[in-house]
Design a protein around this ligand. Structure first.
Ligand code: V47
Length: 379
């Protein structure tokens, strides 16, 4: 590990203040415990406020996990079930439609859809789920199927990534969530999710989506068997693709929750590690507009604090979240708008309801519209 001396931190501060890019060794040095986490937060806050002013974004959203049955056995996952497991479930069309109706009636602008790769469901099942939801509820932005699912569809159909994405886009898919990224470096990836979409596929899928005009998010699962080198490598790979396409909207660092997983012997990352990861993500990913503090995963207190450590978004009201709650998250199942706004104000920020594409939402009774152009950050 390269240690950051006082002098090197001063040099990094200079670069941050002048909006200059940090190189690999500088990024790596920030993980060293000798670098004060609050100093990192202060630097990350400079970038955060330069990009997003005092705004803190949230959306009104819901989650849909149509099945938890999955052919893969990622070591960190508490959500998945085997085909014949009593915990396994598959939602039918009526149940999916009821979720769509509930979402629209409760004012949601977005449905976040991810699930298992079911042994017996063909590609059309996943495609039609998107088509049916979009046909019935066209106002809902469908942010669905991670690169891992898209990669699975190419195996099922022997078709290209581009073909599949065009078809899903035509059916109503709005954007791709950032999941399935885990840790890109093969030293870690091969140990925690050996068989699923590899790093090259993950990048090919996001790059192809961006080429089709579709936006996507990116994540990093930290706090398990990876180290600072792997995290730095992960962030820089994302920064490289963003330089080429500009199609990523948000980066979401995901803290590992060990309960009920095959890595349950590992201790969950501390709030200080969460804040350090948030701040370093903001400093390294200089070409990402947004860094999200996903309150479901961080807990409400750390998510609030993250708004001063580089984050500018809390995700949404969230309803029906299963992946983190199966893995021991103690956060509530849903937060009301008033509560989210109160948490943001209490953190000294100005809440802005956004849609998935970061346009400001204006509401009038039960109707809403997204304002165009996209909200411009304050300078
Ligand atoms: O890829 C699974 C992670 C991801 C655990 O795009 C776990 O807006 C911690 O990607 N402990 C899926 N993490 C969730 C995801 C996401 C979440 C919120 C917003 C967005 C977005 C995307 O969850 C998986 C994996 O990295 N995960 N199990 C666990 N036990």
């Amino acid at each position: 590990m390269i240690r950051a001396t006082n002098r090197s931190i001063d040099a990094i501060r200079e670069k941050v203040v002048h909006g200059e890019r940090l190189h690999f060794q500088e990024c790596l040095s920030l993980w060293d415990e000798s670098v004060d986490v609050h100093e990192l937060g202060e630097l990350a806050n400079i970038v955060r406020e330069r990009k997003n002013g005092n705004y803190a974004f949230y959306n009104i959203n819901t989650h849909l996990n149509p099945t938890n049955v999955c052919v893969y056995r990622c070591t960190f996952c508490a959500f998945r079930a085997d085909l014949r497991d009593h915990r396994g479930y598959v939602m039918n069309d009526e149940q999916v439609e009821a979720r769509g109706r509930e979402a629209v009636e409760s004012g949601c602008t977005e449905m976040h859809i991810v699930g298992g790769l079911h042994h017996q469901k063909d590609y059309d099942w996943y495609l039609n789920l998107i088509r049916n939801l979009h046909d019935h509820f066209p106002s809902l932005h469908l942010k669905g199927w991670t690169a891992v699912e898209i990669n699975w569809f190419t195996h099922l159909t022997k078709r290209s990534v581009k073909d599949i994405l065009i078809e899903l886009q035509d059916a109503g898919l709005g954007s791709l969530p950032g999941g399935g990224a885990e840790i890109f470096h093969p030293e870690v990836r091969d140990k925690i999710c050996e068989h699923k979409a590899d790093t090259a596929s993950w990048f090919e899928i996001h790059s192809t989506a961006h080429g089709l005009g579709m936006r996507s998010n990116a994540t990093m699962l930290y706090g398990h068997i990876e180290n600072a080198f792997h995290r730095t490598d992960h962030l820089l790979r994302l920064r490289d693709l963003q330089d080429q396409t500009g199609g990523f909207q948000t980066f979401i660092p995901l803290a590992f929750h060990p309960e009920n997983t095959r890595l349950s012997h590992i201790t969950k990352p501390t709030p200080m590690m969460d804040l350090r990861t948030m701040a370093i993500s903001r400093l390294v990913l200089d070409n990402f507009d947004h860094i999200k503090a996903y309150w479901i995963m961080l807990g409400i207190g750390t998510a609030q604090a993250s708004l001063a450590y580089g984050a500018d978004d809390l995700d949404g009201t969230v309803r029906h979240e299963l992946i983190y709650h199966d893995a021991g998250a103690k956060t509530p199942e849903v937060l009301g708008v008033n509560e989210l706004e109160r948490l943001i104000r209490e953190a000294g920020r100005e809440p802005v309801e956004r849609d998935t594409l970061y346009r400001r939402i204006e509401r009038d009774g039960n109707s809403w519209k997204a304002t165009i152009p996209v909200l411009q950050p304050l300078d």
